[in-house]
Design a protein around this ligand. Structure first.
Ligand code: CA
Length: 227
């Protein structure tokens, strides 16, 4: 069973979605304001947040940024406007997917299932331990030998993504799509630069890698060097 939070101020929509998703077997919480939604997201334990953009207290795009500052929980944004510029902006701000109103419960359910499949089991089961590295996706913290790592948001996202598929190579294109939300990103050096900094923060070098293994011409993977 997955934990879904709906943040939607319109009573009828909120109730209809909550009922539909509950009937589909999810544990559903439904709130009517942006600030309540942020407060709930801070507590963690959610698998997906469905966030209405048009909220009465705080604009949904601001709510999204606040949630992103404290949590990596997948967010599906519900927008009333089929406005490509706005959709691109909210995806860049960290939304994982979007639905345009009016949408059906079935469409939302399908998008939630797709996100849960992508997230895999790693993000649901508390901290991930890989050798001496411990990553808490909900709290957005990482430790090496018990010492906190000082990571930027993207460095953390990159580490968490690789930790969610230990031993499996991710291509740079995949990382651009999954971590930077730029599925059509060009051949810039964003991924290389972040990998290089992350590697230094993990206490290793490209010449003597431990956790981060580059597979030339393919991509990079996270491995447990102690196993
Ligand atoms: Ca609304």
């Amino acid at each position: 069973m997955s934990s879904i939070l709906i943040v939607e101020d319109e009573f009828a929509i909120r109730n209809a979605l909550a009922e539909f998703l509950a009937a589909a077997g999810h544990a559903v919480e439904a709130l009517s304001s942006g600030m309540e939604g942020v407060q709930r997201a801070v507590q963690g334990g959610l698998d997906v947040v469905v966030l209405d953009l048009g909220l009465p207290d705080v604009d949904g795009s601001e709510v999204l940024k606040m949630i992103r500052a404290v949590s990596a929980v997948p967010v599906i944004v519900a927008t009333a406007r089929d406005d490509e510029a706005e959709i691109v902006r909210i995806l860049k701000d960290g939304a994982d997917d979007y639905v345009v109103k009016p949408f059906s419960g079935a469409q939302l359910q399908a998008r939630i299932e797709a996100i849960l499949r992508r997230a895999g089991s790693a993000e649901m089961a508390g901290p991930i331990t890989i050798g001496q590295l411990e990553i808490d996706v909900d709290r957005r913290t990482a430790e090496m030998n018990g010492a906190p790592l000082d990571l930027t948001r993207k460095e953390f996202d990159l580490l968490a993504f690789l930790a969610g598929q230990v031993g499996v190579v991710a291509s740079k294109r995949q990382l651009l799509a999954e971590v930077w939300r730029q599925p059509y990103g060009g051949a810039d050096k964003t991924v290389d630069v972040h990998l290089s900094v992350l590697r230094r923060k993990l206490g290793e070098t490209a010449a003597e890698p431990r956790y981060l293994r580059t597979v030339h011409g393919v991509g990079v993977k996270l491995v447990d060097p102690t196993s």
